[in-house]
Design a protein around this ligand. Sequence first.
Ligand SMILES: *[C@@H]1O[C@H](CO)[C@@H](O)[C@H](O)[C@H]1NC(C)=O
Ligand SMILES: *[C@@H]1O[C@H](CO)[C@@H](O)[C@H](O)[C@H]1NC(C)=O
Ligand SMILES: *[C@@H]1O[C@H](CO)[C@@H](O)[C@H](O)[C@H]1NC(C)=O
Ligand SMILES: *[C@@H]1O[C@H](CO)[C@@H](O)[C@H](O)[C@H]1NC(C)=O
Ligand SMILES: *[C@@H]1O[C@H](CO)[C@@H](O)[C@H](O)[C@H]1NC(C)=O
Ligand SMILES: *[C@@H]1O[C@H](CO)[C@@H](O)[C@H](O)[C@H]1NC(C)=O
Ligand SMILES: *[C@@H]1O[C@H](CO)[C@@H](O)[C@H](O)[C@H]1NC(C)=O
Ligand SMILES: *[C@@H]1O[C@H](CO)[C@@H](O)[C@H](O)[C@H]1NC(C)=O
Ligand SMILES: *[C@@H]1O[C@H](CO)[C@@H](O)[C@H](O)[C@H]1NC(C)=O
Ligand SMILES: *[C@@H]1O[C@H](CO)[C@@H](O)[C@H](O)[C@H]1NC(C)=O
Ligand SMILES: *[C@@H]1O[C@H](CO)[C@@H](O)[C@H](O)[C@H]1NC(C)=O
Length: 799
Amino acid sequence: MPVSFAAMAPSMAACAIPLYLSLLVVSFLALHQASPSYASDTISPGRSLSGHQNITSAGGQFVLGFFTPTASSKNYYVGIWYNKISLLTAVWVANRETPVTDPSTSELRISDDGNLVLLDRSKGIIWSTGTAIPSNSTVAVILDDGNLQLRDAANSSQVFWQSFDHPCDTWLPGATLGLNKLTNQSQTLTAWRNKADPAPGIFSLEIDPNGTSQYYILWKMSRIYWTSGVWNDHIFNLVPEMNQNYIYDFQFVNSSTEMHFRYTVKNDSITSRQQCLVYALCGPFGSCNDVVKPFCKCIEGFRVKNQTEWDLGDQSGGCERKTPLHCGRNSSGNSETDAFLPLSNMRPPDNSQILATLGSDEDCESACLNNCSCTAYSYNATGCFVWYGALLNLQDQYGTDGSTLHLRLAASELQSSKSKKGVGTWIIVGVVVVVIIVACLAILLWRRRSRRMMRKSKAVGGSMVPFTYRELRHATKNFSHKLGGGGFGSVFEGSLPDSTVIAVKKLEGLYQGEKQFRTEVSTIGTIQHVNLVRLLGFCSEGSRKLLVYEFMPKGSLDTQLFRSNSTALDWKTRYQIAVGTARGLAYLHEQCRDCIIHCDIKPENILLDASFVPKVADFGLAKLVGRDFSRVLTTMRGTRGYLAPEWITGVAITAKADVYSYGMMLLEIVSGRRNSEQTEDGIAAYFPKLVATMLVADDVESLLDPRLGGDANLEEVERACKLACWCIQDGESCRPTMGQVVQVLEGFLDATMPPIPRSILLAETPEEIKFFSELSSEQSSQTSSCPRTQSTKSNSSGV
Ligand SMILES: *[C@@H]1O[C@H](CO)[C@@H](O)[C@H](O)[C@H]1NC(C)=O
Ligand SMILES: *[C@@H]1O[C@H](CO)[C@@H](O)[C@H](O)[C@H]1NC(C)=O
Ligand SMILES: *[C@@H]1O[C@H](CO)[C@@H](O)[C@H](O)[C@H]1NC(C)=O
Ligand SMILES: *[C@@H]1O[C@H](CO)[C@@H](O)[C@H](O)[C@H]1NC(C)=O
Ligand SMILES: *[C@@H]1O[C@H](CO)[C@@H](O)[C@H](O)[C@H]1NC(C)=O
Ligand SMILES: *[C@@H]1O[C@H](CO)[C@@H](O)[C@H](O)[C@H]1NC(C)=O
Ligand SMILES: *[C@@H]1O[C@H](CO)[C@@H](O)[C@H](O)[C@H]1NC(C)=O
Ligand SMILES: *[C@@H]1O[C@H](CO)[C@@H](O)[C@H](O)[C@H]1NC(C)=O
Ligand SMILES: *[C@@H]1O[C@H](CO)[C@@H](O)[C@H](O)[C@H]1NC(C)=O
Ligand SMILES: *[C@@H]1O[C@H](CO)[C@@H](O)[C@H](O)[C@H]1NC(C)=O
Ligand SMILES: *[C@@H]1O[C@H](CO)[C@@H](O)[C@H](O)[C@H]1NC(C)=O
């Protein structure tokens, strides 16, 4: 069957982008349905490709043939591209670095040794699949998933080579991208050099050759400048956007010979590519847009720096100012200055600097204006953000997060972009001025109102909000309803105008400057977990520092646990509280960017929401009050009875101090009693007895809160008690981590029999001390001084 010559698409000029990572996926192209069927998808010994001939996959999805990357290019490549995208979009190129100049004299054919080869005019081999083939008759077939297979002519399951194993710049659904453990070779995606040249460029993507389940983007095959984070069974850790992904299914395979990912598109009728997440894709002062083509454009007041490169698809050179900034020019006497153009809907670059001390939009603006290298500012609830130098990674049509980027331009540029036409007469000018003044007043009034309204509603829906002292005084009815007082200050109930109930904490004993306070408050504000109390806002006016939290209707755990007139919490709820609290702490210790040690874990700081879900309160405050933990100690931030021994011995405090306090609290949750009690002659501790009873008599029931009347899951009670005892070990290295605590409580790890912590033997009668220390030394001679904390279920020795 004769193959007609295909006309190259005229719109091809805007085809490839520097790096495709289908992994990161943003823009989608709906494909046209159904296409005419093509006669052949196969290159066989008797049928080669030349000139503009092509083969098309059976379902009409992909085409293999010769193409030029741009309409004006004289270089021809053999490649695979989408059949249904009118813009030629190549997914794979055979001869990336060795183009041919005349396709009609070149030939893609099966060679005598069975390989697929590309021959030039003089029949020299330009490119070959280059593999050893144990068969004397092979064919090359283009499949509907975009894979080109070289296989046995008689037996299609004997595949000798496939393009999926040699990806170029595109990762197609169904293809694997991974590591061959036998050779330590990882498959690599490499971006095109530019739109006209598919030769390997400077960016590449590969799985970690060291064997972790994360991807890197490398610059010139050396410098890592992006990592996906490790795979956690449903997303890559550092690509949280994947949580919103309902289009891709990722599958991870880790065998003795290979480790790879493969992904599938859940809906066949969409094809995807990503653009704007590529670092600095559109260069300085270029903005990227995932939705509308072209992806890159210059922001207002700027023009393309190198049109040649830009048109070839390499926009990384970016844009330059049409009019230079006034600042820095020698034009004394000239009244012209720079001004700011607000760009809403624009995602700002990441590399901002926060000037936390500036409390208003105007201050923020003038701070930026006064520094010649400041190119933009943005003022929002968190504070004043300024950007110096080139703006990278701007993203257009991003949707607004409430903040507007103010771009610095020469004032003349701003005027020309604003007033397109001159105004006729002075009368009109006068009328316009009046109208503008009225409008400004109206807008000002309206904005003041709506800002106030917005803040309040944002407090409920979104990010952290600054309040004025007056607003909070009003919300709490002049601080009339006190909920409690903790180490950091008193807490009052209040309600916002939209009747959201809040808890307002008046901080005491702060040593911090305004800037540091705001920085740390905004850090705390970003820490969100279902088992942590959420910080909604703050107030900082001079020495008045207040924090606004969500309100917890069931109050703190101590009131539920110890108050005699309250109904006893049932065991299921108690266990749920223990697990939830542990999860919250594990998050603080292990999952936040900076490890946060709470320093004051006790039932008073565990709050309960309407359905008794526990939320840890007051975290991060120890840091607010002072990074120096000795100060925390001297002001006795921690609470006696929950303080780990290292607080007293003066060694450095680690997260294990929280584990100790948690252990004490866990015993209280089980027993429904305080771990120690003030008596006339000092502090009496219950726990030595409890622990001893458990260890000696193996009688966990006696530890249980008598109010439960034995109605509890005894296996859980025992697990909790043993775990608690591990948590309160004297040596912090013997205590489990909060992560392990969660695993034990959830039953994934077993707790072995713990030794008796020495410190709890204090404050008892001499006979008891003797008895317990003997028991304890017996134990430690049996095991090592710091025995295994836990063992996994499989090799558990149990009790
Ligand atoms: C492939 O060749 C067929 C004729 O065999 C032609 O109709 C079609 O346009 C070509 N497709 C492309 C993408 O060049
Ligand atoms: C292929 O090789 C086998 C032996 O390896 C031979 O029997 C067969 O005739 C060959 N077929 C062709 C088409 O050359
Ligand atoms: C085709 O090749 C596969 C894999 O090498 C083999 O398992 C199968 O037996 C072959 N089938 C035939 C009909 O030769
Ligand atoms: C691959 O790397 C691993 C660990 O880095 C090493 O143990 C192994 O010997 C390497 N194998 C080869 C074939 O280089
Ligand atoms: C792999 O591990 C080696 C040695 O630990 C380290 O030098 C190298 O940077 C690692 N490579 C990557 C890509 O992480
Ligand atoms: C892959 O499996 C090996 C054992 O087969 C294991 O050591 C390694 O940690 C696993 N890698 C990942 C990333 O899960
Ligand atoms: C797949 O996508 C098409 C077009 O976007 C849509 O009409 C269809 O409902 C989708 N199918 C499924 C199963 O989501
Ligand atoms: C634009 O870039 C091309 C290719 O890098 C270069 O040859 C040319 O000189 C540049 N033009 C200008 C005006 O810088
Ligand atoms: C700017 O003007 C001052 C005096 O007006 C002069 O001394 C200085 O050299 C000028 N600087 C530049 C860079 O032209
Ligand atoms: C402007 O800001 C930059 C970056 O913070 C700083 O290095 C420079 O000293 C500032 N210049 C002036 C005049 O303040
Ligand atoms: C304020 O803007 C900065 C910089 O764009 C951003 O990181 C921060 O999340 C914004 N805060 C709020 C509350 O919108």
